[in-house]
Structure formats: C-alpha cells, structure tokens
Write a protein that binds this ligand. Structure first.
Ligand code: TEU
Length: 531
C-alpha cells in the first residue's frame, strides 16, 4: 500500500461538533472544546477524524445549510480555532476530514440571495430555477427528503427553485460549469489550509435531470423488480444522474494535486446504493463511499454478508467505508437490541464485527461507550426532520445529544451552561467516559479491537472470504490466517470448524476441539490455519 493511501483500511471517528465539548458555556459544543478533548480520540487508536460541518450557517439543518464555505460559524469559533484544532490533531497523529456540503447551500448564501433577485443577474443560473406549469403548479413531481414538494415558489423571480432538502437549502445547479469551478475552489481553500480530506455530503444528489422529467411514481417497485436493477438507479430524475461521474473525476484530480488527501462520499437515499458506492469509488473518482445499508434495522448474517460480497464482486477496485451509526440514524445498539440480551455485549459484538470488515470504517462519537439514543419529548426536538415527521418518526436528535465525559458533573461534563442545546439525560450518564475507564468496559474493548486491527495485516487489508454457515452465524476469514465468527442472536449456537482456532478476542465462547459454542452475541476472532 502506497504511503499516500493511508485511508485504505483506516478507521475514522466522527465528531458532531455541537455535541462534543462546549468550552465557552453557551450550551453548544465548539472547536476549542474539541481540541481540548482530542486526547480521548487519540487514546482509542483511530487514524482520522471526520468533523460534521462547522462553517457559517443559519443552522436550519444544523450546519448542513452553509452560508459561507470558507469561514467558521461564530458558535463554533474562528478560523484561528480551526487551525489550532487541526494542528493539535496532527500532533496527535490524527488526520482531519471536513464535511463538504456542496449539493446545496443555505438560502442565506450571498450567491443565492443574488440569484433570486432577477432572471438575468450574474448568478441567475447558479441554482435550479424553473417556470411554473400553466396552472401555476411546480414544474414536476419531485419531492423533498424532509417532507413536501421539492420546489419553492419565489414571488420575486416568479419562478420555482429546487431543493432536495429544506426550502432553506436550495440546490446548486451543477450543470453550470462555473458552479462546479466555484465549489472546487472552496475545497481548494481547505486543502491549502492543511485538511487531509473531505466527507462529501449527499454525493449522489449533485446533478438533477436537465429536462426536469417527473420521477416515476412507482419507482420503488419498478427498481426492485427490474431485470437489471442497477440501471434503474438513474431513473430517479431528481438525483443519481450519470453526469456526476465526470464531476467526481474533477474532485479527484484536484485532490491528486496534493499529497495523501482522501474523500469519503455519502450515497444517500438510493435503492442500489452498494452498487453506486462501487461505481463512485472505481477508477479515478472518490477514494471511499458509504451508504445507509448498514445504518438500518437489519441485523442478520445474510444482510452483512450480501452487502459486503456484493460490493467487492461488483467493484473489485472500489473501496467502501462501513459504519453502523452516525448523526442521521438511531444509534446501532438501540436499533439492534431486539437481537441481544445485554446492551454492552451487543456493543462489543458490533465493534468486533465492524472493525473486522474489509474496507475502511467510520465510528460515531459515543458508540465507543455503548450508547443508545436519548429519549426526547416533542418540545425538546430541534431537527426539522423530527419535527416534520412527528410522531411517525422521531428524527435525528436522539443520536445527537451531547457526549458524556464525567457522570459526576452537570450535563455529564459537556458544558457549564444552565441549559444545553439538547439535554443530557440519565441513562446516558451511566456510560460516561469516566465510568468506562475500567477493564472489561465497552470503551476498553474498542481500544483493544482497534489495536488488534492496527497490528494485523489480515484485519486491516486482508481479503474477506465468507464461510458457508447457517443463520445466525456470520463467519469469515480475513487474509490467510484470521478467522472471525459471530453469533447474531440472543440464543446460544454451536458449530464445527474445519480446524482449531486460537482465540485472540472473544465473548461468550466455549471451545472443545474444533467445536465452538457461542452464547448470546458471542464471538471469536482468532488465528486459524486455512479453511
Ligand atoms: O444526509 C443525506 C441523507 O440522505 C439523509 O437525509 C438521510 O436520508 C436521512 O438523514 C436519514 O434519516 C446528509 C447529512 O448527513 C444530513 O445530516 C443532512 O441533513 C442532509 O445530508 C442534508 O444536507
């Protein structure tokens, strides 16, 4: 592996800046707070940090609505605080990946304000504008992810503009090459400032169909039953457009002008996302990509096996980045509890699995503590998705509540404010970092597992070859000598292995020769000669 390919097999820790550490007592996390707490991240043994957006933003979507791509939001600090954070992370041996939200901007971005002024100003065509139908209705049936139609009427221009997410998040018009150049320029700004790479928000949403064709009403059934399902992914006209591939090559060409920089793209809301991840990371495009496939409720051997196999079968030179939790979904330990007896056993099993998959890995702050979501009242919600879809869905605030550092301090040591932006509640406090600095804790298991992955060429870069085992057993070899076996259920299971295994990390394991018994959520990772 070339030195500049540090990202292959790497582990990245995602920070949600509003909720990591509040240094100035305003109830919202900030950059100096993150810098102060970096030793915790370094102590885990990860390679990199991905920090969710800290750019200037009206915070309608908590920073995923950027109004200035080259400045820091005052609630997080200053550019100087950002530089200090990067310098400290680098001194601790951690790479820094920042979050680029370039599919859309905030409606308070100066270029959108300019664009909406008239049909012939210099930025008129920088966003996606369209005339109404004769009866005044929007140009087509495209829907927004956060609810409602994807078109917003602008009384000034007497036209609609397109937004995949909130109406305060207008989509840039990627068909305009000036827009592409401008956004690549903002990325160059941060590369020159020394960041090691980008997480690319909604990377499959950049382009829309130029002809603004209606999305097929029965898209879901259609794409699932299609003979060649992969071709069908392009039939959703509001995103997933083939022109995107050329733009991804432009991003790569920019990064290749620098040493050892990397990208990880988020493939969101696509029905053949695994194939799309492969396509986006093959050739000279992105380095890594993730989808929501492992961020949902599915917890079976077949599910994990088929996703990973499918990825590498279809894209032998692509590279995935697997994650079980992030700031968009309920935390995995809560999601998968129906398949477990004990929360901590499940947390350790999930960590052992995720950190032994082929590819790179992203961890989400707090998962190293075995956290589940915080239960919130409607009045406590801040996420527009949660508010719009309440009570059918609870939104994303539950996984975004503050990190808990010290159970003995107010707000778990996150902030000295009277009230924090989202509350810290009791069950979270039990799993504070301070309480987890003990042998046998989830936190100490993450450290052990990360150290094992770092030291083992098999676990870091070895091929993953699946064993033919019945549910609920998931088994695979990594490289030539490392066997990983998991019982994805709360009942105990026995199986025969072709040869003896020498366990290195384990849980609820009993061995009798080649016969292995795994208790509830039991697992073993060990050396094993050939299968
Ligand atoms: O998420 C994209 C995306 O597809 C999500 O909307 C996802 O479908 C949803 O959150 C699942 O609950 C990215 C960011 O990760 C998210 O935080 C932003 O809100 C969104 O883009 C808009 O920028």
């Amino acid at each position: 592996m070339a030195k500049n390919e540090w990202w292959r097999g790497s582990v990245t820790y995602q920070i949600y800046p509003r909720s990591f550490m509040d240094s100035d007592g305003d109830g919202v996390g900030d950059l100096p707070g993150i810098t102060q707490r970096l030793p915790h991240i370094a102590s885990l043994g990860v390679d990199a940090i991905w920090i969710s957006p800290v750019f200037k933003s009206p915070m309608k979507d908590m920073g995923y609505d950027v109004s200035d791509y080259t400045d820091i939001d005052p609630s997080f600090g200053t550019l100087g605080d950002f530089d200090a954070f990067v310098a400290r992370a680098h001194a601790l041996g951690l790479k820094v990946i920042i979050d680029q939200v370039i599919s859309h901007s905030s409606d308070e971005h100066p270029y959108f304000k300019e664009s909406r002024k008239s049909r012939d100003n210099s930025k008129a065509d920088w966003y996606v504008w369209a005339d109404p139908n004769l009866d005044g209705t929007p140009p087509n049936n495209w829907q927004a992810i956060f609810g409602g139609g994807a078109w917003e009427w602008d009384a000034g221009r007497r036209q609609y503009y397109f937004h995949n997410f909130l109406r305060e998040q207008p989509d840039w018009n990627f068909h305009n090459p000036e827009v592409q150049d401008h956004l690549l320029g903002t990325m160059k700004f941060w590369l020159d400032r020394g960041v090691d790479g980008f997480r690319l928000d909604t990377v499959n949403f950049y382009f829309h169909d130029r002809l603004l064709r209606d999305n097929p009403a029965n898209y879901l059934e259609w794409s699932q039953d299609a003979v060649k399902p992969y071709d069908m992914q392009y039939c959703l006209y509001s995103k997933n457009q083939p022109e995107n591939l050329t733009f991804l090559e432009r991003i790569r060409a920019l990064l290749d002008q620098y040493d050892a920089r990397a990208t990880v793209g988020e493939v969101g809301d696509a029905h053949h996302a695994i194939e799309m991840m492969g396509e986006y990371t093959s050739g000279k495009r992105l380095n890594m990509a993730y989808s929501f496939d492992m961020l949902g409720p599915d917890f079976s051997a077949e599910h994990f096996r088929s996703r990973i196999k499918n990825f590498f079968d279809k894209a032998p030179d692509g590279w995935p980045c697997w994650a079980f939790s992030n700031h968009d979904v309920p935390r995995h330990v809560g999601r998968w509890m129906p398949h477990a007896k004990d929360q901590d056993d499940l947390a350790r099993q999930a960590a052992a699995m995720l950190l032994s998959f082929e590819g790179s890995v992203c961890l989400y702050q707090g998962e190293e503590l075995g956290q589940v979501d915080t239960l919130l009242e409607f009045e406590e919600l801040t996420d527009p998705q949660g508010i719009n879809f309440w009570p059918e869905a609870t939104g994303r605030d539950g996984c975004r509540t503050p990190m808990v550092w010290d159970a003995g301090q107010p707000h778990g040591g996150f902030s000295i404010a009277e009230k924090t932006w989202l509350p810290v509640k009791n069950p979270q406090l039990i799993r504070a970092v301070s309480a987890q600095e003990t042998e046998g804790s989830v936190l100490s298991f993450y450290r052990e597992m990360l150290a094992l992955r770092k030291d083992s060429a098999d676990l870091k870069l070895g091929k993953q070859v699946f064993l033919d085992l019945p549910e609920p057993l998931l088994g695979y070899m990594r490289g030539d000598n490392t066997l990983c076996l998991f019982n994805l259920s709360a009942a105990s299971v026995t199986c025969e292995l072709p040869a003896n295994i020498a366990p290195v990390l384990q849980q609820s394991l009993s061995l009798k020769g080649n016969s292995v018994t795994l208790g509830a959520n039991g697992f073993v990772i060990g050396t094993h000669s050939g299968v």
